[in-house]
Design a protein around this ligand. Sequence first.
Ligand SMILES: NC(=O)c1ccc[n+]([C@@H]2O[C@H](COP(=O)([O-])OP(=O)(O)OC[C@H]3O[C@@H](n4cnc5c(N)ncnc54)[C@H](OP(=O)(O)O)[C@@H]3O)[C@@H](O)[C@H]2O)c1
Length: 295
Amino acid sequence: MRVLILGGTGSIGSAVLREVVRRGHTSYAVVRSRESATKVIGLGAAPIAGDIGDPSRWLATLPQVDAVVQMACDFNSPMEQVERRLLDGLLPHLALQGNQPKFIYTGGCWLFGTTGDDIATEETPLRPLHAFAWMVPHLQWTLESPGISPIVIHPAMVYEAGGGVFSRFIEDARKRRVVRVVGGEEVRWPLVHRDDLANLYLLALERGLPRRSYIGATIEGLPVGRIARAVARKFRIRKLSPEIISADLIAEELGSWARGYAIDQQVSGEKARRELGWKPLHLDPESEIISWQGY
Ligand SMILES: NC(=O)c1ccc[n+]([C@@H]2O[C@H](COP(=O)([O-])OP(=O)(O)OC[C@H]3O[C@@H](n4cnc5c(N)ncnc54)[C@H](OP(=O)(O)O)[C@@H]3O)[C@@H](O)[C@H]2O)c1
C-alpha cells in the first residue's frame, strides 16, 4: 500500500510510521520543518513539505495513495481551524482519486468523558472534554464522507519507555522529587503502549472495514496513583505517595486540554481484539516502569 502519514514525527505517528515501513508499505509523510523531514527520512518515509492547515500546496504534488493516517495535532495552534482546512481539502481530493482510499482519523479516549465505574465502548455516546469538542463533528464528517473508506481510532492514553503520558511524572520525579497527580490517586486512566497502538493502526489499514470506530485500549482503567507510585519507586523517591493537584492548576500550567488528566474513565479495546484480531503485548505498565533501562 502507499500510505500518507500526517503527524509522523509525533508520539503515536512515529510508531505507526515505523510499523508501516516494517510491513513493507510505501510511506509519505507531510512535514512542516527540515528537522521533521530528517526524522521521517530516518524512519523510512519520503517527506512532503507542508502544513496540514494548508493542504492545497502539498496535495498538488501528492502521488495517488491507498491510505492516509491523520495523527497530526498541535495544542499550541487553533487545531479546530487547522484540521477543518485539512479535511476540507484532503477528503474531496481522496474521493476524486477513485480508488476509495482508507482514511484513518485519530480521536481519543478523552472524547468519552468521565465514565466512573462504567466501561465505555465504541457505542457509548461521546461526551468530550470542552477543549476537544471540535473533534466530534470532525470525526462524524470523516465517517460520512463519500468516496473514501474512513475508520476512526480512539487511542487510550499512550505510553512508551521513559515517555508518552508518563513524561510529566518523570519530569516531576527528576525536578521536584515528588510525582504530582491531577484530581486524586483513584482517578482511572485507560492505557496503551504505543507499539501496541501502532499495531492496531496497521490492522485497521490492512483489514479494517470502512465506517468503523475502534478504541485502542489495552488497560481499561488503571488508578493513576499506582502509576505515580511506580515512577516514584523507579526514581528512588522516598515519599512514594503523590502530591494531588487540581485540574485548574494543571490547566494553568499546560492549557485547558490538560484537564483531561483528571478524567476518571474506563474504556474497552475489546472490539478491536474481536474484529481485527488485535493482540496487545504490553499488559503491565507498572512492571514495565520499574524495569525501564537507562532511566
Ligand atoms: N498521546 C496520547 O496519549 C493520545 C491519546 C489519545 C489521542 N491522542 C491524539 O492523537 C493525536 C496524536 O497525538 P500525539 O501524542 O502523537 O501528538 P504529538 O506527539 O504532539 O505529535 C503531533 C504531530 O503532529 C505534527 N503536526 C502538528 N501540527 C502540524 C501541522 N500544522 N502540520 C503538519 N504537521 C503537524 C507534529 O509535527 P512536528 O514534527 O512539526 O512537530 C507531530 O508529528 C492527537 O490528535 C491526539 O489528541 C493522543
